[in-house]
Design a protein around this ligand. Structure first.
Ligand SMILES: [Fe+2]
Length: 379
């Protein structure tokens, strides 16, 4: 995995110029959210440092960047010919910038690359990622999520990892309680999933454990009465969770979430967290027969014990309760009904639309029937 320049801490966004200097940046393509760019304070800080540079801006105004939308960004990059890309926003903005930058560098057309991104190796322009939420950790991963209709594709390539990440907690100060909750719970889920993922190793587990403890212990404060410390801890948790899943990838709660987002418009973090507690219980009951992890069922049970220690829970049932209490205390929903998804048909569609292949990273095998059972339990 390529090395990344990383700045972390309050005020680091004011050092963007320094980072741009390292890349000898001159012509800059700026990928941002629509209102979040201004509200976060990023606009003022970044634009001031871009004076004297040529720049073009591409605004991302969707939670689910569709391939057609990505293509517009590719067109802009090919017309404007920037030497550097800056992404400032939430996970969807940074993912969009990563996808545009990467896809624009390949000779094959975007649809072909999306089908098999592992074969595309051309590196795009240097990319500087500046998160304005504390959740996705997208600044630290070599993936980018792209949608085609309601289907989700994950681009994955070493060439996608941003070359620099500037994580400035001050940019998250203006997030509303809901935005803080919905992005922070994504970081929490990513860290928990990373601990039990079949792709985990010692390094990813260290990142994930530190991250999960930070988000579990700071999310509620950052939502209900944010202070500098809770904001900082959540920014750190988000970045560490990104580093963790960059190695381990995510698992079942993420896999089932994408249809909830693309069809029902449920924000990503909310869609992911709804099944996390149920999957904790399901995974804790792993046996050698249905274990997906080559390290064996005891390894998976150990991962569950690590999670229970972070939650200070004596067993998986209590762990599930504590996860759901955190979700509710943050003002988020723990049931599909609470999200307005009521009918059995809709629940079946979510289960069926989950690509079984993408569940391969889940430590316990899961059939469509089992998945449906879990979905019914969070109904
Ligand atoms: Fe996520």
């Amino acid at each position: 995995m390529g090395n990344q320049i990383e700045l972390f801490g309050e005020g680091t966004a004011r050092r963007l110029k320094e980072v741009l200097g390292m890349f000898r940046a001159n012509r800059i393509m700026l990928v941002t959210g629509s209102s979040s760019f201004r509200l976060s304070g990023a606009e003022e800080i970044i634009m001031e440092q871009l004076s004297g540079h040529e720049s073009a801006r591409f605004t991302v105004n969707t939670e689910c960047p569709q391939i057609e939308f990505i293509k517009k960004g590719i067109e802009l990059i090919r017309e404007f010919l920037p030497d550097t890309v800056i992404a400032a926003g939430g996970g969807n903005v940074i993912d969009t910038a990563k996808a545009i930058n990467f896809l624009s560098a390949q000779s094959n057309n975007p649809e072909e690359v999306i089908e098999n991104s592992a074969r595309a190796t051309e590196k795009g322009r240097p990319l500087v990622a500046i998160p304005t939420t504390s959740g996705s950790g997208s600044e630290a991963t070599h993936f980018a999520v792209v949608y085609s209709g309601i289907s989700k594709f994950s681009l994955a390539s070493d060439a996608i990892l941003p070359d620099a990440a500037i994580v400035d907690p001050e940019l998250t100060y203006s997030l509303t309680p809901y935005q803080t909750a919905v992005s922070g719970i994504d970081a929490f889920c990513q860290a928990i999933e990373s601990i039990w993922a079949t792709g985990s190793n010692e390094e990813s587990t260290n990142y994930a454990e530190e991250s999960a403890a930070l988000s579990y212990n700071n999310l509620l404060t950052a939502v209900s009465c944010p202070d500098a410390e809770s904001r900082r801890n959540l920014s750190r948790a988000s970045n560490l969770a990104g580093k963790a899943i960059n190695i381990s990838r995510t698992t079942a709660p993420h896999a089932v979430s994408y249809t909830m987002t693309s069809v029902y418009g449920i924000p990503h973090g909310q869609a992911v967290c709804i099944t996390l507690g149920e999957f904790l219980k399901y995974i804790s009951e792993v046996t050698e027969d249905d274990c997906n992890d080559r390290r064996g069922a005891e390894h998976v049970r150990n991962a569950v014990r690590r999670i229970l220690r972070i939650l200070n829970a004596k067993d998986p049932e209590e762990g599930r309760g504590k996860i759901n209490a955190l979700i509710e205390d943050c003002g988020l929903q723990t049931t599909l009904t609470g999200l307005g998804i009521n009918g059995m048909k809709e629940i079946e569609q979510i289960a069926l639309n989950t690509n079984a292949e993408r569940l391969g990273n889940n430590p316990r095998k899961i059939t469509q029937d089992k998945l449906l059972e879990i979905m019914k339990r969070v109904h």
